[in-house]
Design a protein around this ligand. Sequence first.
Ligand code: HPA
Length: 237
Amino acid sequence: MATPHNEAKEGMIAKTVLMPGDPLRAKFLAETYLEDVVQFNGVRNMLGYTGYYKGKPVSIMGSGMGMPSIGIYCHELYQFYGVENIIRIGSCGGLKEDVHLRDIIIVQGACTDSNFAAQYQLNGTYSAISSYSLLEKAVNFSKAKELNYHVGNVIASDYFYMAEGGSNLKWAKMGCLGVEMESYALFATAAYLNKKALTLLTVSDSLVTSEETSAQEREKTFTAMMEVALEIACDEA
Ligand code: HPA
């Protein structure tokens, strides 16, 4: 049972899929954290793997960048492969003074400048939110690990580079903690298909402070975030 973008056979993908943007990160994470790893996808190099974490099956697959890309992959995972939970693990730009580099954002809701929800033909604005049960687990595991985390809204933007005069900073005034490019499509797709989704982000850069982080430091926070995601996947298995 292949789809246009996924060559996995039935039963090859776990109930919970962790999705970093970068497929090579999916490969690295699967090889680093999982046992008995099997690659299930290589179409367009959007690598996907299933293995075991603490004895429980977990899958890790790249999403690509942006809402059209994650929209395709998460739709196929939910609709055709029986996936119940998708946890995006990514990075974002910080929009608030108190959101520091390497902090973790547990994403409660996503605003957007994209037209993704037009497909649902609603006569208003759809508010995309994460699954409360996954979010609650993320908070509990983050607390237990004593991580610096925030819970709140983000802006999922179609624009990484903006024309002169454009800015995502106005979203900060509305409480958005960070800017990324995928969560709105993930949450909307999950809602439409009656599935669960969550996003965990590490703050990789800031639009308001001039803090900088080294690749090594980014790796450390990413590891902590990844462990939270794996604990949730394990708990859901
Ligand atoms: N914009 C959009 N996506 C991002 C950013 C950003 O500044 N940083 C990390 N992901």
